[in-house]
Design a protein. Structure first.
Length: 152
């Protein structure tokens, strides 16, 4: 029996695939769990339109990621932090701090997971970081950490 998979089924296939399965497997397992439907012409058309819509969404997300990368590439983020002797910060600058400042600069939310930061920044000065916006889309930014004005 031919079925159209609605959801990914481990060991069988991905959503949108048409597979040949035993009738009992389809009727007793796939259909009751709403993992598949019989492969009718209407179901195949619906699956094809869903695949096309997903392809358009992926293309739109990739285009938005590229625009964001162009917007962020080469930006200089200036952060101020309290520091002691030897240019060492009392705390540290994290990817969340950098993402917050980038969000303020570009006017849209930037997720902290996009900022590739091996270790929190603990010294004053300029640091170069990479933002991995999407698969294959990266931007390089510079983070300048300056000494905050000390209050008495």
């Amino acid at each position: 029996m031919q079925v159209l998979l609605i959801k990914n089924v481990e060991g069988l296939g991905r959503a949108g695939d048409v597979k040949e399965v035993a009738g009992g497997y389809a009727h007793n397992f796939l259909f009751p769990r709403k993992l598949a439907v019989p492969a009718s012409e209407a179901a195949l058309k619906q699956a094809e339109s869903a695949k096309e819509a997903e392809a358009r969404r992926k293309e739109r997300r990739a285009h938005e990621a590229k625009r964001l990368a162009e917007q962020l590439d080469g930006k200089v983020v200036v952060l101020r932090a309290r520091a002691g002797e030897g240019e060492r910060l009392y705390g540290s600058i994290t990817s969340a701090d950098i993402a917050d400042e980038l969000s303020r600069m570009v006017g849209r939310p930037i997720e902290r997971r996009l900022v590739e930061l091996e270790h929190p920044i603990k010294t004053l000065g300029e640091h170069t970081l990479t933002l991995r916006i999407a698969a294959g889309t990266v931007a390089t930014i510079h983070v300048r950490v300056e000494r905050a004005a000390e209050t008495a």
